[in-house]
Design a protein around this ligand. Structure first.
Ligand code: HEC
Length: 132
């Protein structure tokens, strides 16, 4: 293929990618927000059955989710701080699970849950009708 053709094809793919990325926005945010709930339910199950591998897997997935662009629906310093707090707790939970420390993991789980509630309280205060 000639370079001009390759450039044109790459450009076309770029446009398609941008279009999809824009479409994905709100749906992806919704998917992430719901995934949080599923992962935190899996954490409770992991605690109840002392399944450290399950705990580590879902806690670290929660940490990663909180780094996604679509997580950051609110662009304020406070939202960033709340996200960092949340991640600190999910990391603590991951570490406790890796150390097979059930009490530590349970405590970190409570910390994670507190951060869910704290951030949603904040979101409700700045965006009426966004969070249940
Ligand atoms: C740093 C902030 C923050 C933290 C921490 C957080 N959330 Fe959220 N959550 C949000 C925001 C913002 C929304 C609303 C998104 C929107 O629809 O614009 C939301 C929405 C949700 C929704 C509703 C989705 C819908 O479709 O209505 C659920 C369920 C949810 N979060 C679960 C959780 C759980 C469980 C945790 C803790 C494990 C958690 N969240 C932690 C910010 C946060």
């Amino acid at each position: 293929m000639r370079p001009a053709v390759i450039t044109a094809v790459a450009f076309a793919f770029g446009l398609v990618a941008i279009t999809f990325a824009q479409d994905a926005g709100p749906d992806k945010t919704k998917a992430i927000m719901h995934a949080k709930l599923e992962h935190s339910q899996a954490l409770l199950e992991g605690l109840a059955t002392e399944d450290f591998a399950r705990l580590a897997k879902h806690a670290s997935t929660l940490s990663l989710l909180s780094l996604e662009t679509d997580w950051n629906v609110i662009q304020t310093a406070e939202y960033r701080r709340l996200s960092e707090d949340f991640r600190r707790n999910t990391t603590k939970l991951t570490d406790a699970a890796k150390d097979k420390n059930l009490d530590g993991a349970t405590l970190a789980y409570v910390g994670v849950t507190l951060k869910c509630v704290e951030c949603h309280k904040y979101v409700r205060s700045v965006q009426v009708g966004v969070t249940p």
